[in-house]
Write a protein that binds this ligand. Structure first.
Ligand SMILES: Nc1ncnc2c1ncn2[C@@H]1O[C@H](COP(=O)(O)OP(=O)(O)OP(=O)(O)O)[C@@H](O)[C@H]1O
Ligand SMILES: [Mg+2]
Length: 176
């Protein structure tokens, strides 16, 4: 099985890079759409502005993609699924703040997401299992470069992209 999770803080580029991978002929499951299509949406959580999802049900629903082929899945829950590897997309806090502001997010929502990026929240969640984890810095404008990096990891070329290869700790003071 080669099911590859593409995860990351909102705005790091999951959906953009998924589009690039699809244009290269790859199969990429959009987890939000998959959740809607398979009736896996639970109650609406107003505080978190998102629907609750039972992670075990979501995991079971992905069995059809656990084949010998390479299948990518993108979304902020993907790293909680049983998969072959996890790629965490990263983005420099200043650039991430700009991207989220231009989406119309409130200052509070921008700040919360940028803090989460600075603190490696998704990376830490990802490294809680034994599944291999990689990081790709998607700060630059080059979505093709990011897609190349992910395909490189899948072909065994991920040694420079292990956890810790991206480090925003010097940005901490600015955001806390
Ligand atoms: N590598 C990149 N270089 C420059 N801009 C990018 C890059 N990747 C994404 N963007 C821009 O950043 C914004 C956010 O990207 P995208 O929607 O792909 O993020 P996401 O991780 O899917 O977020 P969410 O978790 O909210 O779905 C978009 O406006 C996109 O054009
Ligand atoms: Mg997205």
């Amino acid at each position: 099985m080669t099911l590859v999770a593409i995860t990351g803080t909102p705005g790091t580029g999951k959906t953009s890079i998924a589009g690039e991978l699809r244009s290269r002929g790859c199969t990429v499951v959009d987890l939000s759409q998959h959740i809607r299509d398979n009736g896996l949406r639970g109650d609406f959580d107003a505080e978190r502005d998102t629907y609750e999802v039972d992670l075990d049900d979501l995991n079971d629903s992905l069995d059809m993609y656990r084949t010998d082929d390479v299948v990518y899945m993108e979304g902020h829950l993907s790293h909680f699924m049983d998969c072959s590897m996890i790629v965490v997309l990263r983005c420099h806090p200043d650039v991430l703040a700009q991207r989220l502001k231009s989406r119309g997010y409130s200052d509070a929502k921008v700040g919360e997401n940028v803090q989460s990026e600075v603190l490696d929240v998704i990376l830490c969640e990802s490294t809680e299992s034994d599944i291999p984890v990689y990081e790709v810095d998607c700060t630059g404008d080059d979505i093709a470069y990011c897609a190349d990096a992910i395909q490189g990891i899948v072909s065994g070329d991920g040694e420079d992209r292990i956890p810790g290869s991206v480090d925003w700790s010097l940005e901490m003071d600015k955001w806390f």
